[in-house]
Design a protein around this ligand. Structure first.
Ligand code: GLY
Length: 359
């Protein structure tokens, strides 16, 4: 088992990664004030598969609240249903919320924890690769608004993150592969030698052996923890994690969440690399290397259906990364290095999107 610490002074927390990591919950919860209760907010599908195992680790019956799987649940309406249930159960300030599921449920449960009684503790137990390597770590919580993804939310750090590799065994391969997009992103923006590692171990990673998974997830958490530890509220460094996301989020929104988030990030990275290459910021060979790895991992290289570039432009203007009306882009300059620009033109976005349109 590996433990990565996210260092944020008094709000620091451990990220436990490994087979059977859920057993760490017992000592964590025993350290809480006596009588503290637990509310588990779980993805209904994950609950069907793994709730019994989690409850065995948690001890005396917690309140269990389930939300339907899918991005549509990441809404203020779902948050309100959860507040109703917390109120009915009289969940108090010393009580704890445990989120159990992928990025959707982690973001939603984290947002509810951040806002219920002005904030109660929560623990993230991610069950998808994407949540384990990215969404569960770093305290971005929130829900979607009809105008765009994650537009309502709060920075609110969990008290711990527990990644039990066992829970990932039932993850469909498509979802597993989607999570790898964020892992490639971490390597590209922060650690070129981790890109070498991913290329060298691509087949082993896809085979999903527990040792390989622990290594992959722990390395991603180390990168994320280092970035968030230095810039929790995205004033400067943390913005690098938005590489691939300006166009990626816009695609996700325009396709009405038909693709997985990771798949959209992969397409976003390809499109944004297209812009970098056209500007002479990134060598075509490096962009080809990225495209080659994404394809080898099974991530999409093309949109599933044609999209009007104007819709992407509109969606990217509603992005959280907009400053003074212009979307911010993090562009790759070489593996491990990026630059931030706010002057990407419509013509550049249209050309980048053209390269992704179905043939
Ligand atoms: N997923 C990007 C971040 O947490 O900053």
């Amino acid at each position: 088992m590996r433990c990565v610490n996210l260092d944020l002074g008094p709000r620091s927390y451990p990220i436990h990664v490994g087979d059977g990591a859920q057993r760490v919950l017992v000592p964590l919860l025993e350290a809480r004030p006596r009588g503290a209760r637990l509310a588990v907010i779980a993805d209904a599908h994950v609950a069907e598969l793994h709730l019994d195992s989690l409850l065995a680790a948690l001890g005396p019956s917690p309140l269990v609240l389930t939300v339907p799987p899918g991005e549509a649940s990441k809404s203020l309406a779902s948050a309100e249903n959860l507040y109703d249930a917390l109120a009915a159960a009289r969940i108090e300030r010393d009580d704890v919320i445990v989120s159990f599921g992928g990025g959707m449920v982690g973001d939603l449960a984290g947002f509810v924890a951040a806002t219920w009684l002005r904030g109660i503790d929560f623990i993230q137990v991610p069950t998808t690769l994407l949540a384990a390597v990215d969404a569960a770590v770093g305290g971005k919580t929130g829900v979607n608004h009809r105008a765009g993804k994650n537009l309502i939310g709060a920075f609110y750090q969990p008290a711990a993150v527990i990644v039990d590799i066992d829970f990932l065994t039932t993850l469909p391969q498509r979802d597993f592969v989607a999570g790898l997009a964020e892992s490639v992103k971490h390597a590209l923006v922060r650690e070129a030698h981790f890109l070498d590692w991913q290329e060298a171990h691509a087949d082993a990673v896809l085979a999903r052996g527990p040792v390989m998974l622990e290594e992959l997830i722990a390395r991603n958490c180390e990168i994320k923890a280092e970035v968030v530890g230095r810039d929790e509220r995205e004033q400067h460094l943390r913005a690098v994690l938005n590489y691939g996301h300006t166009i990626g989020h816009a695609i996700e929104h325009v396709l009405e969440y038909e693709l997985r988030h990771g798949e959209c990030v992969a397409l976003g990275m390809l499109a944004e690399n297209h812009i970098s290459c056209a500007r002479g910021l990134l060598e075509r060979a490096a962009a080809g290397r990225v495209a080659g790895l994404l394809m080898r991992l099974g991530l999409p290289a093309r949109l599933p259906r044609a999209i009007d570039a104007r819709d992407i432009l509109r969606a990217s203007q509603m992005d959280k990364k907009v400053r003074g009306g212009a979307p911010n882009f993090v562009l790759l300059t070489k593996p491990g290095e990026t630059t931030r620009v706010a002057d990407v033109s419509e013509v550049e976005i249209v050309a980048a999107l053209d390269a992704l349109q179905p043939t």
